[in-house]
Design a protein around this ligand. Sequence first.
Ligand code: SF4
Ligand code: SF4
Length: 365
Amino acid sequence: MALDLSTLIKSAALAAGFDLAGIASVHEFPDLARFPEWIAAGRAGEMKYLESRDEAGNLRRASLKSPFPWARSVIVCAVNYNTDHPYSTNVNKPGHGWISRYAWSREDYHESVLRRLREVETKLKEFCAEDPSGDPIETRAYVDTGPVVERVYAKYAGVGWLGKNTCVINQQIGSWIFLGVIVTSLELSPDLPAPDRCGTCTRCIDACPTNAIVAPYELDSNKCISYLTIEKRGPISEELREGIGQQVFGCDICQDVCPWNRKAPATDKPEFQPREGLVNPALAWLAEISAEEFREKFRGSPIKRAKHSGLRRNALIAIGNSGAQSLLPVVERASQDPEPVVAEASQWAKNRLDKTATPNRNSVD
Ligand code: SF4
Ligand code: SF4
């Protein structure tokens, strides 16, 4: 029996190296209707790109109708990026910080996911070319950058449910996944939405150090360490700094504690293996990294997004939180830094180290 087009496309996605693939019809899902409310409540912080609007003033991400009136289906593909390394909640190495797991990879995930999506797109066009009655088809492939709320389409394509921590969680492989989507004019057979399996669990909400999950399924980016350490420019609110702990780029805590990640498989894909020094990195290194080394080390890495001064700011806050008195000389050197955001973070770190010092100033590390 001939396989239908939807099955062929999903098989092509798996052949291209994706671990999961599903299809959702284009629809005004209730989850999408909540997006404008979330933006209006100021939950997106300074991420203005999420607020881009069409000529009629509608949020471009809230509906596919305006950017792509021809769109009928969204193919959602996901690839596991988890590697065989401990979770941040199981590591406590004094003088070291934490970079979010997704940012360790050797190749920028946008590129590795997009490369796979292009393979699927090519296959899809080949399959359709075999159909003599086939009309020309439209496709657009995106990894994070398109006017699509990928997480919502992932849910309706059966790839995973939206957890209370707002991540897409797959029952088999957990939430360490990168998503990529292909919006198409083809009417494909949709999959069933993934059922919510959070149940009565509240581990992510309880573990979040800055109370950024303000209600189940609702994140306030303004308080989220991922936003603060990656997107936020300038100084970070003082009341949130202690909660940042030793996170220097992103935060994995609400995923580390999720029971669905307890048995998450590790990928052997070479491009997702960590670059040297990024798993539990030395804080002194990051606080003092030169602009040139930053450029070299993080070429093609999501870490570039924090900018040189932002990453140093984060490392100094983490040093302040670490209690590592031996890092005081690093903090003192940074207090003379010409970048105001770095000098200010170093002053805060110094005050915090002074407060947490034991009376005889024994080094804790
Ligand atoms: S990423 Fe960290 S700060 Fe953000 S919601 Fe999760 S635990 Fe909270
Ligand atoms: S920690 Fe619990 S509540 Fe949070 S996303 Fe995971 S299963 Fe859902």
